[in-house]
Design a protein around this ligand. Structure first.
Ligand SMILES: [Zn+2]
Length: 77
């Protein structure tokens, strides 16, 4: 699991959306789902950079599972 320190380090890239692999981004999002501190940090950063908040609805567990499985499958190639 990622730690808050990682989130703040990667927050720029997360907001920018370019420099992260899908897996990295997913791990970050997963942390953001559970950590309101980082969520607020990213939201503020995003606002600071003039980005409108994108989909902020939390993923449901089942959906998260499905995405993780999909990721694993795509890594297998
Ligand atoms: Zn955190």
């Amino acid at each position: 699991m990622l730690k808050c320190k990682h989130i703040t380090e990667k927050a720029d890239a997360l907001v920018d959306g370019s420099a992260l692999s899908r897996r990295e981004r997913f791990a970050l999002r997963l942390h953001l789902m559970m950590c309101r501190h980082c969520r607020r940090y990213v939201r503020q950063l995003r606002a600071l950079l003039g980005f409108l908040p994108r989909q902020e609805e939390p993923l449901e567990d089942a959906r998260t599972e499905a995405i993780l499985k999909k990721l694993d499958a795509s890594q297998g190639h």
